[in-house]
Design a protein. Structure first.
Length: 132
């Protein structure tokens, strides 16, 4: 059974999976949002005051969620094997830079749990871990 946790990027356990578009690698890239998604939600949240995000179309949380699910769905359709590899782990900690309650790592847990259910795999959501 896989237990999936979430945490901030500073978490350093061996079960850490960096799922950021900025620094994620390997299997972490499967669950990373795109720059357009990150930039869009950041632009919306800052009301366009931060010049780093001005080149992106602003996105509401609903638009971000829909876009994120669509991106990960396409990645899964292209190759489901790496997603199943993640679910074969005993413990997985999905990490990113976000500090608030709205974050793609929670969406990623939901996606993995749905894949596990569809494939008859045991999976449990363990919640947020503190940084250690």
């Amino acid at each position: 059974m896989c237990i999936i946790y979430t945490s901030r990027i500073a978490y350093r356990g061996a079960d850490r999976l960096d799922t950021t578009v900025k620094s994620g690698e390997g299997l972490g890239k499967l669950l990373a949002p795109t720059w357009a998604l990150v930039g869009g939600i950041k632009r919306h949240e800052t009301e366009g005051r931060d010049p780093r995000w001005l080149r992106y179309e602003p996105l509401t949380q609903e638009q971000y969620i829909d876009g994120y699910y669509a991106v990960v769905r396409e990645r899964y359709k292209a190759d489901a094997t790496p997603f199943l590899e993640l679910l074969e782990r005993e413990r997985l900690v999905i990490c990113c830079y976000c500090a608030g309650t709205f974050c793609h790592r929670y969406l990623a847990v939901d996606i993995l749990a749905k894949i596990a259910e569809a494939k008859g795999l045991l999976c449990e959501c363990g919640g947020e871990l503190p940084i250690r």
